[in-house]
Design a protein around this ligand. Structure first.
Ligand code: ASP
Length: 256
């Protein structure tokens, strides 16, 4: 009888604990710097979750090493629902690119779901002397060996899109890694780096505001809205070019 009572009390307290979730702030780790696309998606998501969860949601930016530092942090966090990870395709590219990854992508996380998928745009510093894709192509050929490509580190979306672009057009560029494309965008606007391939999440407002030049989109079809005038890379002669970026949400393995 005493045992049954204890078991009931234990069950009730487990129930109560879950009924109360979340009873403290939930942290979403963004494995890139603030001000970039992953950060923006996480902040929009946090805004949407705040009311239904009735919780404080904190965004923690743990940028560096193409997103692997943030992913490492979440893989080692307590599996209690209070630490989540918002990451993108870097989650699936890192195992092939990093020799000493501190986590096992398939074993160390619960996969919560796909959050969004976005196209990318090829953009440049505002003072680059080209105003359409044909002029950009000419400029790239004339400046081989001197071109800087900003990106968010090895295996990041901007890095892979940039590398695919370089190898398709057969022009080498110096890759300049940042902790995210938020700070990379600041340097691109300031003219410290030449070109970048980044999600429309981050580029649309800068293109619309004339802060950067835009030459093409990475998807096989043109986009809508204010970017509708941009050609696809495929129609600009970079045949078959097709890149879009998904973001997903993850929790440490064992999170119920
Ligand atoms: N856009 C990024 C990438 O290139 C990262 C970020 O969201 O800052 O992977």
């Amino acid at each position: 009888m005493k045992k049954t009572l204890l078991a009931c009390v234990a069950l009730l307290s487990v129930g109560a604990a879950w009924a109360e979730y979340p009873d403290k702030p939930v942290t979403i780790v963004v494995p890139f710097a603030a001000g970039g696309p992953t950060d923006k998606v996480a902040r929009d998501l946090a805004e949407a979750l705040r009311k239904p969860l009735n919780a404080t949601i904190v965004i923690e930016n743990v940028g560096g090493a193409g997103g692997t530092l943030g992913a490492t942090k979440v893989s080692k966090a307590a599996p209690d629902g209070y630490t989540l990870l918002l990451h993108h395709i870097g989650m699936s590219t890192a195992p092939a690119l990093y020799r000493n990854l501190q986590y096992k992508t398939l074993d160390d996380f619960e996969y919560l779901g796909l959050i969004n998928e976005v196209p990318m745009t090829l953009i440049s510093r505002p003072n680059l002397p080209a105003n359409n894709y044909a002029e950009l192509q000419k400029w790239l050929h004339a400046n081989q060996g001197k071109i800087n490509l900003a990106n968010a580190g090895l295996g990041s979306a901007s890095h892979l899109c940039g590398l695919l672009y370089m190898s398709t057009i057969k022009i080498d560029m110096t890759t300049v890694p940042y902790k995210g494309t938020g700070p990379a965008m600041t340097d691109l606007i300031g003219g410290q780096v030449d070109i970048m391939c980044d999600q429309t999440t981050n580029t649309t407002s800068q293109i619309d505001g004339g802060k950067v030049k835009a030459f093409a989109v990475s998807t096989p079809k043109r986009l809508g809205g204010s970017l509708a005038k941009l050609p696809t890379l495929d129609e600009s002669g970079v045949k078959g070019f097709n890149v879009s970026i998904w973001h997903g949400m993850y929790a440490p393995k064992g999170t119920p």
